[in-house]
Design a protein around this ligand. Structure first.
Ligand SMILES: O=c1ccn([C@@H]2O[C@H](COP(=O)(O)O)[C@@H](O)[C@H]2O)c(=O)[nH]1
Length: 284
């Protein structure tokens, strides 16, 4: 079982964490190529060394850590056990944990996913998870409801950083002119209405997507912006993507920080440089 959240809503906890540590989410993505580059075997033992080194380097320093579940699941039950430790030890060291699982399913199955990642009793419970709304935003209701009850958050995919995303996300809805991505922004806005200082239903909008024409003005929730570094986006791109919503943006990067390992100090320094360069870009 993981520690609870004290029932303080995720949005409020994120605002505090960013105020204290800066606006940065570092992904823990144990790619086989990174394990090799760190001189580790590509097996569950190597995964454990890699992931716990990243936690040691980052969990006391950055606001949010984002383990990518896929790389842990690839090692079977031993990999999932490592993920449980990563979540627990990161939270213990003061970082918020956003588990990148991109779950989305019919409502009855969604309840089980919600219990897996958002219930206090689960060993995989994080502070927030990523969700895929492409079975319909409403199908996410069990996760949205449990997150709200337990003080956790969700980040719903809206305009993802990959080049294939627009095929679905810029498509127009049958109900009259809005894009799929805009509909997700509107759904998040409805869930976050009145939340202070910030709602707990976030959106994933890649730092790579450029000017979108999307209206984020009513969202009142956080924006996770992956794609900085290895996918080619820079901190300067955030202004183009998010316009006047920059204060609510959580820029995310994984490989661009992790490639500085295996030294704890080097990984931590890379993260601190990223925090500084993002802060400088957002302030101008
Ligand atoms: O739109 C999205 C949503 C999630 N991701 C995830 O973020 C990291 C990016 O890693 P980098 O090494 O910084 O490229 C990875 O886990 C993706 O699955 C994303 O890239 N884009």
């Amino acid at each position: 079982m993981t520690a609870g959240t004290g029932r303080v809503p995720f949005g409020a906890r994120l605002v505090s964490a960013v105020a204290e540590r800066g606006a940065l989410c570092v992904g823990i993505d144990p790619h086989p190529g990174l394990l090799e580059a760190w001189g580790l075997p590509v097996d569950a033992g190597g995964l454990e060394r890699f992931a716990l080194t990243a936690v040691e380097a980052l969990a006391g320093t950055v606001a949010v850590l984002k383990p990518q579940s896929a790389f842990f699941e690839a090692h079977g039950s031993r990999g999932v056990a490592v993920l449980e430790r990563v979540i627990a030890e990161s939270r213990q060291a003061g970082a918020l944990v956003l588990l990148d699982v991109k779950r989305g399913d019919i409502g009855s199955t969604m309840s089980a996913y919600a219990n897996a990642y958002l219930a206090d009793s689960s060993p995989l419970a994080a502070d927030a998870v990523t969700l895929s709304p492409f079975l319909g935003f409403g199908s996410l209701e069990p996760a949205l409801a449990l997150a709200e009850r337990t003080g956790r958050g969700v980040f719903v995919l809206a305009r993802t950083s990959n080049p294939e995303g627009p095929q679905v996300q810029t498509a127009t809805l049958a109900d009259g002119g809005r894009s799929v991505a805009q509909a997700m922004a509107d759904e998040a806005a409805a869930r976050n209405a009145g939340a202070d200082p910030l709602g707990s239903v976030g959106l994933v909008v890649g730092a790579t997507v450029g000017r979108t024409g999307l209206d984020f003005s009513q969202v009142n929730g956080p924006f996770l912006a992956p794609g900085i570094g290895a996918q080619g986006a820079t901190a300067q791109d955030l202004r183009t993507v998010f316009g006047d919503r920059l204060a609510h943006v959580l820029p995310a990067t994984s490989r661009d920080v992790l490639r500085h390992g295996p030294g704890v100090a080097e990984v931590r320094s890379a993260a601190l440089r990223a925090v500084e360069s993002i802060a400088a870009s957002l302030a101008v």
